[in-house]
Design a protein around this ligand. Structure first.
Ligand SMILES: Nc1ncnc2c1ncn2[C@@H]1O[C@H](COP(=O)(O)OP(=O)(O)OP(=O)(O)O)[C@@H](O)[C@H]1O
Ligand SMILES: [Mg+2]
Length: 232
């Protein structure tokens, strides 16, 4: 499903040039659940952004379902992302002027589908992240963890075949964390491919593969043999 070839990403700013990704290659098969682990600052979020077509790599290529993500023009890439990818960002971004329900339904408003079906799908997702009683609240009226749950529901609105999640349970208590992880496990079982960044080794155990990052590189990758690699 994903083939990333020799990706580099450097950031140039007041601190000089930082190499966030130093030439990373990997493959993810359809139906994989990959946990990306590693210390802070090792390039995990950068890797997710480049893979998902949000952060342009300095060099290298990403193929998603055979399509070169970074060879598309901006508009086609946005459309492609909308069809293929759900993102849960590390900072759980939601739009403060929209209610919980409006935030969740938003990704669908770009696609032609009946509004009633959208609303009922959004309501189901909001229920599944445990916020059924806060549908009409605005983000300012929610806790950090609740906002994060809204972001997760919104990422799932388009029923994306690929879910990219950056520390999706980062600031949640352990009970809510297990609820979110059950939701991810169900999605995985129903065929969604997942790449999840986490600091938590226990959460990494939900995945069938682990990429360990250090200093802008994947230094260990488990769950895929050379033989499987040639079939993916
Ligand atoms: N916009 C940016 N401008 C300059 N440097 C950046 C930028 N974004 C990230 N970096 C740097 O690139 C490196 C990798 O950052 P990244 O956010 O990918 O790390 P991470 O593994 O996700 O860390 P964390 O676990 O803390 O979220 C870090 O050294 C970071 O300071
Ligand atoms: Mg990060």
């Amino acid at each position: 499903m994903i083939s990333a070839i020799n990706i580099t990403k450097t950031y140039t700013g007041q601190d000089g040039t930082i190499t966030a990704l130093g030439g990373v290659s990997f493959k993810v098969r359809r139906g994989d659940f990959v946990a990306v682990i590693g210390r802070s600052g090792t390039g995990k979020s950068t890797l997710l952004g480049v893979t998902g077509g949000l952060l342009k790599p300095s060099s290298g290529e990403v193929f998603l379902d055979g399509q070169s993500v970074w060879n598309l023009d901006e508009q086609s890439r946005a459309r492609f992302r909308g069809q293929k990818i759900g993102f849960v960002f590390q900072n759980a971004s939601v739009i403060s002027s929209l209610t919980v329900l409006e935030n969740v339904v938003l990704p669908q408003s770009f696609l032609p589908k009946s509004t009633t079906a959208n609303m009922s799908r959004a309501m189901n997702l909001i229920e599944s992240v445990g916020l059924g009683h806060r549908t009409h609240a605005y983000p300012d009226q929610l806790s950090g963890g609740e906002k994060r749950r809204v972001a997760i529901a919104s990422a799932l609105m388009n029923d994306p075949p690929l879910l990219l999640a950056d520390e999706p349970t980062g600031d949640l208590d352990s009970e809510t964390e297990s609820e979110i992880m059950s939701l991810f496990a169900n999605l995985w079982q129903s065929g969604t491919t997942i790449i999840m960044v986490t600091h938590n080794q226990q959460l990494a155990n939900y995945a069938n593969r682990i990429f360990k990052m250090d200093d802008g590189l994947i230094i260990e990758s488990s769950g895929q043999t050379e033989a499987e690699d040639s079939f993916s």
